[in-house]
Design a protein around this ligand. Structure first.
Ligand code: NAD
Length: 272
């Protein structure tokens, strides 16, 4: 091993340039920001996305900036679709080193007693939790072949706190934290680190596909309720992903949940 420039015992090794990342749901929102950030770092990026318009747009955007990118249609809740996406990614770029399980749906509000409750539960758990498991399962053999890698699960502060009617979403996100811990222990011996990021309030309206994109409409009180004084942006999550993907920066971190919420979940609230 090369001596570390940071001092004896500190991690050395390759950076992320030239590595291959799969970002699920990378067509818009937080996933698009992660894909753009990875591509700017010199990584080849696969956008595994169910919405063809969003996927094609994100691919074109990254390529227009000189990045390497391929949109591969995928439904993360379907094992055959995930396997086909991973096979295509490996055929195109030669392997996979980083997986970001970002795809998620927030169709979660509703009384658990209403008529749609079971359908909602199945869809939300299928995409937000089972989807991450399927992607990890199909990508891990390729990471092992590459000598290791990093998996990042995008959970939510709703894994830790709740509002009424969010049962399916909150259970899926809390389940992701358990999955993160378990996969970290199982895949550690293969050189694969597994961590979660729990975003708080992230304003994604400007990062949607062009048919849906709009200027954010945020009130001063929206920003003020965060200890850092502002609502979060997709770029905040992208930077955290970059940190957790890079073994030189986070090589001793696995099985953890990094809360990126401007301090909202640590703020105690009393109402007079
Ligand atoms: N925006 C927030 O405030 C916030 C906060 C906490 C956590 N999150 C989480 O971050 C992730 C991204 O959220 P976002 O706000 O950017 O959402 P978004 O709706 O803007 O983007 C999600 C993307 O995932 C894709 N997708 C949905 N189902 C899919 C499937 N089955 N297969 C493949 N792709 C699929 C969608 O087409 C979309 O492009 C989600 O997991 C969400 O739960 C978001």
């Amino acid at each position: 091993m090369e001596p570390s420039p940071f001092g004896a015992g500190a991690p050395a090794g390759e950076g992320l340039a030239g590595k291959v990342a799969v970002v699920t749901g990378g067509g818009q929102g937080i996933g698009r920001a992660i894909a753009l950030r990875f591509a700017a770092e010199g990584m080849a990026v696969v956008i595994a996305e169910i919405d063809p318009e969003a996927g094609a747009e994100a691919e074109a955007l990254i390529r227009s900036r000189g990045g390497r990118c391929r949109f591969i249609p995928c439904d993360v809740s379907d094992s055959a679709s995930v396997r086909a996406m991973v096979d295509r990614a490996v055929a195109e770029f030669g392997g996979v080193h980083v997986l970001v399980n970002n795809a998620g749906i927030a169709w979660a509000q509703g009384d658990p007693l209403d008529d749609e409750a079971e359908e909602r539960w199945a869809r939300v758990i299928g995409t937000n939790l089972t989807g991450a498991f399927l992607c990890a399962r199909h990508v891990a053999p390729h990471m092992r072949a590459a000598g290791g890698g990093a998996i990042i699960n995008i959970a939510s502060t709703r894994a830790l706190m709740s509002e009424p009617g969010w049962e399916a979403y909150d259970a899926a996100k809390a389940g992701l934290l358990g999955l993160t811990r378990s996969l970290a222990v199982t895949l550690g011996p293969l050189g694969i680190r597994v961590n979660a990021i729990s975003p708080g309030w992230i304003e994604v309206s400007a990062w949607k596909k062009s048919a849906l994109a709009r200027e954010p409409e945020l009130r001063p009180e929206d920003h003020a309720q965060h200890p850092v004084g502002r609502v979060g942006w997709p770029e905040d999550i992208a930077e955290a992903c970059l940190f957790l993907a890079d073994p030189r920066k986070s090589g001793f971190i696995t099985g953890q949940n990094l809360v990126v919420d401007g301090g909202m979940t640590v703020k105690m609230i009393y109402v007079d």
